[in-house]
Design a protein around this ligand. Structure first.
Ligand code: NAD
Length: 256
């Protein structure tokens, strides 16, 4: 059980981050949800999650594109035994036309935030004598696709940083690993299905198999619960000697 541990999950008011927060809470951890917004819904989401699993749950606003706000998130959280670097965005464009502001935002949110949050969380983990850092990278942290230069660069960067942090903490009761999902069924991905079906004049089933899951041999999405379960496993005693590595949850994508 993760009772007594506090988990901070960046970018967790939807999708994979929320799924991970739910599974960590189910396992008994106190959770801190985060995004760059500060709405009643954000705070209600934390309240309801706390009530559902009988754990302490808070929402803290912080913009992961800004280094000082990343560090402030960890400070405001107080303790941080489990850090899940999950916040991420995507933009697709040929590299010679890639908008500078989009490049900078992807590198900042998808990669630099993991640096800032890790730097702020490590001293707390050392004081507590236990820590788990789980980076949500991607199959694109291990392989590439055209038109995703910023995303692929950032995710490869996160995988590299994961190895360095693992080496710097190797003799301590702290581990650092990356989860590399293929396509995960999130509200964002689901929302694309009807439009893509119209665009290609295909059925929604065909779009899933031939367009979205073209590179995923299982032809099935991973679920946010499965990504959350993988995070819980990385926080378990069984995973104590797992550090500096990646766990793919990609239906065989990177086996191809
Ligand atoms: P999502 O859009 O549902 O979630 C992204 C989260 O990040 C949201 O909670 C959003 O509010 C938050 N966020 C965005 N910008 C932020 C900022 N500046 N500051 C703080 N929070 C911010 O998408 P998702 O699919 O759940 O993605 C979560 C992570 O998983 C990302 O790092 C993404 O690259 C990775 N991933 C997703 C998939 C997939 O198929 N969905 C596959 C591989 C990896």
């Amino acid at each position: 059980s993760l009772k007594g541990k506090t988990a901070v999950i960046t970018g967790s008011n939807s999708g994979i981050g929320l799924g991970i927060a739910r599974e960590l809470a189910r396992a008994g951890a106190s959770v801190v949800l985060n995004s760059f917004t500060d709405t009643d819904e954000d705070h209600k989401l934390a309240e309801e999650l706390g009530r559902e699993f009988g754990v302490d749950a808070r929402y803290i606003k912080a913009d992961m594109s800004k280094g000082d706000e990343c560090r402030a998130l960890i400070e405001t959280a107080g303790s941080c035994d489990i850090l899940v670097n999950n916040a991420g965005i995507q933009f697709v464009s040929p590299i010679d036309e890639f908008p500078l502001d989009k490049w900078d935002a992807i590198i900042a949110i998808n990669m630099n935030s993991a640096f800032h949050c890790t730097a702020a969380a490590l001293p707390k983990m050392r004081t507590a004598g236990w820590g788990r850092i789980v980076n949500v990278a991607s199959a694109h942290g291990l392989t590439a696709s055209p038109y995703k230069s910023a995303y692929v660069a950032a995710k490869h960067g996160v995988v590299g940083m994961t190895k360095v942090v693992a080496l710097e903490t190797a003799k301590e009761p702290i581990t650092c690993n990356a989860i590399c999902p293929g396509y995960v069924k999130t509200p964002l991905v689901e929302a694309q299905i009807p439009d893509t079906a119209k665009k290609y004049n295909m059925s929604e089933e065909e779009v899933i198999e031939k367009v979205l899951l073209e590179r995923q041999p299982s032809k099935a999405f991973a679920t946010v619960e499965q990504i959350g379960g993988t995070a819980v496993f990385l926080c378990s005693d069984a995973a104590e000697q797992i550090t500096g590595t990646t766990i793919s949850v990609d239906g065989g994508w990177t086996a191809l």
